[in-house]
Ligand binder design. Sequence first.
Ligand code: HEM
Length: 186
Amino acid sequence: MCIRALLSACTGGRRAIPGLVLLVGVLLTGCQTTPRGAPDTLYVQLGERAGIARLTETLLLDIAADPRLVDDFRGTDINRLHHMLTDFLCENVGGPCTYTGDDMANVHRGLDITSTEFNALVENLVRAMEKQQLSTGVQNRLLARLAPMRHDIVNAPQPPSPELRALILGDLELSRYSAPRVDQGL
Ligand code: HEM
């Protein structure tokens, strides 16, 4: 839309001066995607702390309805979790919040979280972001911030594959071993 205004201002001929005025106006107001003076951070794009709190609530509602995840959260103080997760996300996306909890590895230690559960939570997060009508770009930016945390959060012991067992027992030749290796992301 701004590029269209720029083009019409530049091709306006005798109407170039009004076009230029329009262009300056558009550049000063219409192209802004964030409130004047506010930084164009992911924090703003997520709707600041109130938007992040809504997103967290939607996520927790979806988790409550997801049989793959709900058992993990039984016994958790949900009010505290909502508050802590909101502050955590807020701080991580450049907002003026202070997360006072422990780091991700310590928080999730002993919960035996599997890759499958992590993926299920991410799936719920994407659905929650869709419900909040966040653009794909914003969704991807938030996911990119969270993805590196996977290694700290997923902590369930990975069972060896049946193929590996067969290999060790001598029931399978090494040349026929094709199971993924841990460093290739089990
Ligand atoms: C990117 C993914 C995740 C992030 C950013 C995240 C973040 C957090 C945060 C900030 C807290 C609150 C810590 C506190 O109270 O101090 C928390 C707690 C918790 N998380 Fe996660 N988490 C993630 C994935 C998961 C997954 C996949 C599960 C399980 C399937 C899970 C289970 C829990 C549980 C049960 C608690 C409550 C622990 C307690 O109260 O002792 N989290 N998480």
